[in-house]
Design a protein around this ligand. Structure first.
Ligand code: HEC
Ligand code: HEC
Ligand code: HEC
Ligand code: HEC
Length: 418
């Protein structure tokens, strides 16, 4: 009898464990994920084309247009619209001094607005390669013009573009089949990886990644040669002496991080459980008895039951509160670190102005400033405010803090010596 009870217990545990485990995702064969590029005249670029065949998916995709310009929602979370980061984080006008982000920096909006927002931003657009992540028509342009496209004038090229991110961006002409990679930068970068990304993350990795533009060709490049970790990406940039700009007050050659959601998420607890981006951001939902994959890419907290419920239970409020707790902690930590880097910039530039530093000390300070700011930026611009990988975000900010403090110590010594 006792054994029987134990057996029942064991079976219950087994069931719980299985329920919480994610079904292993079928990896599409390699040819599939690159797919075949249709002839120019055959490309189905407009999402509207699919509205009758996949009405529910199409309608859910249009939901990415929600939150119009003047709407501000749940302001304590990461997903606000549109927040002006310059008002919310005054430090960034010092940290990003010398680049467009110190002049204008709004929070991201839904995919529906991707084209409008890149056309309307006051930040400079170095070339047509900026369209890579903003339109489903990019492969059309790339097929037509080849790599010349990257360096073509943004304003003239955008005249040929009709669609924001569209079904074509992730499916080419075959929605309903495996996701296909349509962006040249990811096609190239996948060759550098020694693992196969989950299919639920692959389509997002086309755009939600760190990248830089080749200084001459303007090609979009994902800096993955040494791996996708924060430190490995830095080594890549150091090896090629890359900097995105020099800080106008200190002369530091700095790296501007973009939106490394994919890199930050890799190796996280949820990643290790087998979840891909779509499991949380585009969960399968039910409407009038019909279930389909929502294509409303948005904060998963808006579908907390569908996105998280199967593992975390039906107390959605508790899950949201848990996320917010992590985000508040990371936000406070990034604020603390950004204060230190601002102090570093102010003290450093004072001594530069007074010509009180020798060449070697300047080099040393440049190095520490670059390392600290790159790490702070990595966490700051990653759009989940630390949620995707809290332990990594904490470590990276801690490293940033240490580098900044080391620089401040050198500055204090230099002031005392004068
Ligand atoms: C375990 C669930 C989960 C997974 C998997 C996941 N995310 Fe998230 N993501 C979240 C949560 C929670 C937030 C915070 C939402 C908020 O603050 O409202 C978030 C925030 C974001 C945001 C900002 C959203 C906004 O409204 O501003 C983006 C962009 C994003 N994630 C992209 C990705 C990408 C790309 C991947 C895959 C590499 C991914 N996420 C994987 C849960 C997840
Ligand atoms: C940002 C990328 C992206 C865009 C844009 C996109 N999809 Fe998808 N779609 C996916 C992913 C990811 C899946 C899940 C399949 C997988 O993981 O391989 C999917 C699945 C599907 C499926 C299979 C149904 C299912 O339940 O999995 C259909 C049908 C589909 N999409 C249609 C469309 C249509 C129609 C559009 C345009 C209105 C569209 N998709 C736009 C990424 C995208
Ligand atoms: C073709 C490039 C591209 C692909 C592919 C892509 N995104 Fe995006 N995503 C963007 C851009 C650009 C924005 C910001 C749009 C804006 O602000 O106008 C964005 C914004 C978002 C946001 C913020 C939306 C909001 O309302 O705050 C989320 C969440 C998101 N993407 C999730 C995903 C997920 C999940 C995938 C994969 C299924 C994905 N994206 C694939 C380019 C892309
Ligand atoms: C496949 C199951 C699964 C799904 C789906 C899932 N989680 Fe989790 N999550 C876990 C497990 C397992 C843990 C670790 C055990 C624990 O702490 O409860 C965890 C941990 C967490 C943590 C603590 C993380 C930390 O590092 O401190 C948060 C917060 C969280 N999940 C939020 C979410 C949210 C929000 C969603 C939906 C957007 C979600 N989870 C979806 C299984 C899941």
């Amino acid at each position: 009898m006792k054994n029987f009870k134990l057996l029942i217990c064991f079976l219950i545990v087994c069931m719980l464990v299985t329920a919480c485990r994610v079904a292993p995702q079928e990896e599409p064969p390699e040819e599939d994920r690159r797919g075949e590029i249709p002839a120019l005249e055959d490309m189905i670029l407009s999402s509207e084309h699919w509205k009758d065949e996949y009405p529910l998916i199409y309608q859910s995709f249009l939901m990415t247009s929600r939150l119009k310009d003047d709407t501000v929602e749940d302001s304590s979370l990461g997903g606000l619209h549109p927040i002006d980061y310059l008002k919310k984080y005054p430090n960034i006008s010092v940290l990003y001094d010398g680049i467009g982000f110190s002049k204008e920096y709004f929070a991201a909006r839904g995919h529906y607005y991707s084209l409008d927002d890149v056309i309307n931003t006051a930040r400079p657009k170095p070339g047509a390669s900026c369209l890579a992540c903003k339109t489903g028509d990019y492969e059309y342009l790339h097929t037509k013009y080849g790599d010349e496209l990257f360096n073509m004038d943004f304003v003239t090229t955008v005249q040929e573009v009709n669609n924001p991110i569209s079904c074509y961006s992730c499916h080419r002409n075959d929605p309903g089949k495996n996701v296909q990679v349509t962006k040249p930068q990811l096609q190239v970068a996948l060759e550098k990886l020694d693992f196969e990304p989950k299919s639920g993350s692959l389509s997002c990795a086309q755009c939600h990644v760190e990248y830089y533009l080749h200084p001459e060709t303007r090609e979009v490049i994902l800096p993955w040669d040494n791996g996708l970790g924060v430190d490995e990406i830095e080594v890549y940039f150091d090896d090629i002496n890359h900097f995105d700009w020099k800080h106008p007050r200190t002369g530091t050659p700095l790296i501007k991080v973009q939106h490394p959601e994919f890199e930050m998420y890799l190796g996280s607890l949820h990643d290790n459980l087998g979840l891909g981006c779509t499991d949380c951001h585009m969960p399968v939902v039910e409407e009038n008895g019909e279930s389909y994959r929502s294509h409303w890419a948005k904060s998963p907290l808006k579908t907390v039951n569908e996105s998280c419920g199967r593992c975390h239970g039906d107390d959605g409020e508790a899950v949201i509160a848990w996320v917010e707790e992590i985000q508040k902690e990371i936000d406070a930590k990034q604020a603390e670190v950004s204060d230190l880097i601002v102090q570093l910039i102010n003290e450093f530039s004072d001594l530069v102005e007074q010509r009180a530093l020798d060449e070697e000390t300047v080099e040393q300070l440049w190095n520490l400033h670059r390392k600290a700011q790159y790490r702070w930026d990595f966490v700051f611009v990653e759009n989940s405010t630390g949620f995707h990988n809290p332990s990594l975000a904490r470590r990276v900010l801690e490293d940033a803090k240490n580098y900044a403090e080391e620089a401040l110590e050198i500055l204090a010594n230099a002031r005392n010596a004068n």
